[in-house]
Design a protein around this ligand. Structure first.
Ligand SMILES: [Zn+2]
Ligand SMILES: [Zn+2]
Length: 269
């Protein structure tokens, strides 16, 4: 009887193992394999893109990437296909975004999508080992920006971008000049808000000190009341004018029924 149960369980385990191996995972991206794709190598890949990247990383001695991704508890992105990057080589784009360093060395900064962890950063900074003519690649994780330096006689920005896409990341131009100016204008408005809030809180504090001092010396009632109301008024202005950003965001959060960092700030105000 017990023996029968034992063999039964064993066969169940066998079944689940067989199930797993038939749903093998891609060696590169770790996603389930579609039945349609037939790989030529011993390793299993979900698509030709994953296979190409895996081979490329091993040929260039960058296979450490996989161990790093595993250590980060992450997995490589699937390659981005097609998406033409030709616009990166157009004269109009180059005149706006590409800098000439010396002789035929060029430099550009691009916004980078798909960054997940330290392994991504490591791989993208090792990019010069994958792309001939690419001299330097630096990633600014905080701004999600990649700075590239290459020799124009040996490679092009579109080729580098294609390589980045094959690795599962994507580049796009950093905001145009117009949107940069828009940001600068917004920054100025915020700076003024901060200055106003600072000036008001300074005055409210001065009044508070005066009222506190009055506890120990004489102050007539009308003056005391005037100072108290002035400080209430100033505080109200501070909340409504520079504080409007938080209030507005909090209102939007309530309307969208989605929690937002500005909601508790607005409540505190
Ligand atoms: Zn894959
Ligand atoms: Zn990563």
């Amino acid at each position: 009887m017990t023996l029968a149960v034992g063999t039964n369980q064993e066969s169940l385990i066998d079944e689940s193992i067989r199930e797993k191996s038939s749903q093998a995972l891609c060696t590169h991206c770790g996603q389930a394999m579609p039945k349609s794709f037939q790989t030529t190598s011993v390793e299993k890949f979900c698509c030709a893109g994953c296979e190409a990247v895996w081979l490329m990383l091993h040929e260039c001695g960058l296979e450490k990437y996989y161990a790093m991704q595993t250590a980060e508890g992450s997995s490589p992105n699937r390659p981005h296909r097609n998406s033409s990057q030709a616009y990166l080589d157009h004269a109009e784009f180059q005149s706006r975004h590409v800098q000439t360093l010396d002789d035929d060395r060029l430099r550009a900064e691009l916004r980078l999508d798909g960054l997940k962890c330290g392994a991504c950063l490591w791989l993208l900074e090792a990019l010069p080992r994958l792309e001939r003519g690419l001299m330097n690649s630096r990633v600014d994780l905080g701004r999600s920006v990649i700075a590239l330096e290459w020799v124009s006689a040996q490679t092009s920005l579109s080729k580098i971008a294609q390589r980045i896409a094959a690795l599962g990341y994507q580049v796009r131009p950093i905001g145009t000049l117009a949107s940069r100016q828009e940001w600068r204008r917004q920054d100025r408005i915020w700076l003024i808000d901060i200055a106003v809030a600072g000036a008001i809180s300074g005055n409210v504090m001065a009044i508070a000190f005066a009222l506190y001092g009055a506890q120990f010396s004489w102050m007539d009632d009308p003056t005391r009341q005037f100072l108290q109301w002035t400080s209430v008024l100033l505080a109200a202005i501070a909340v409504l004018w520079p504080g409007r950003l938080f209030l507005r965001n909090a209102m939007n959060a309530i309307r969208a029924r989605r929690p937002h960092m500005d909601l508790p700030i607005a409540l505190a105000l």
